[in-house]
Write a protein that binds this ligand. Structure first.
Ligand SMILES: N[C@@H](CCC(=O)N[C@@H](CS)C(=O)NCC(=O)O)C(=O)O
Length: 210
């Protein structure tokens, strides 16, 4: 099993943390997104969507999308449990993880990709043709980040973790999202005490250094 990875990007980090929580060590193949190596024929032959992370199984099967990769790892290595144990906890964790992806990571991606010069002509991840940045999408992304942070702080005022009382994939996604947002100076607002408490706890875990 090997992981097509990119050390500095937020989505592959989600898988690296997941693997570390499971105490699994697998081969990593570094793909340089900044240099556009994910859009060159060699990687497109692996994943025609040009996206990282991508997991390659020993039989050659290729799986992309963070949640699909984590689902496979969870099924193969069930402990520690990171995606729920029964119908209710599995659904709740999946729901909370989707909130982080849709409300958080997507907004952060819009704000980032539509503002930084290096991606001015690569505003959409994994697309080989030129995709131009749209400044209004950056603005809309920032408004979404504000909504995401407000909702997260409210949720964490009554829950220990992002999906209830157990550490899960939703915490991993949120940790990577928050660290990604810092690139565009959107760290957790200082007054969001509940999110600050949660962030201190999850970033103290050894896995966060993945
Ligand atoms: N929904 C995908 C998102 C993957 C994604 O956007 N990955 C980024 C790195 S964080 C990427 O491959 N970017 C390629 C590019 O910028 O061209 C997932 O969950 O795996």
């Amino acid at each position: 099993m090997r992981l097509y990875d990119c050390k500095e990007a937020p989505n592959p980090r989600r898988v690296r943390i997941f693997l570390k929580e499971k105490r699994l060590s697998i081969e990593h193949i570094e793909i340089n997104i900044r240099a556009g190596d994910n859009l060159k024929p060699a990687f497109l032959a692996v994943n025609p969507r040009g996206l990282i992370p991508t997991l390659e199984l020993d039989d050659g099967t290729l799986i992309d999308e963070v949640v699909a990769i984590c689902r496979y790892i969870e099924e193969m290595h069930p402990t520690p449990v990171l995606m729920g144990t029964d119908a209710k906890s599995k659904a709740l964790i999946e729901s909370r993880n989707r909130h982080v992806e849709i409300d958080g990571i997507n907004a952060m991606t819009d704000a980032f990709r539509n503002s930084v010069p290096i991606f001015a002509k690569r505003a959409i991840q994994g697309v080989v043709e030129e995709t131009l940045a749209i400044p209004e999408l950056c603005q809309r992304g920032h408004a979404g980040i504000t909504r995401f942070y407000d909702a997260l702080n409210k949720y964490l005022s009554t829950h220990e973790f992002v999906a209830g009382s157990q550490f899960s994939i939703a915490d991993i996604s949120a940790l990577c999202a928050v660290d990604f947002a810092a690139w565009i100076k959107r760290s957790i607002p200082e007054e969001h005490e509940h999110t600050q408490r949660w962030y201190a706890a999850v970033s103290a875990r050894e896995s966060s250094r993945a």
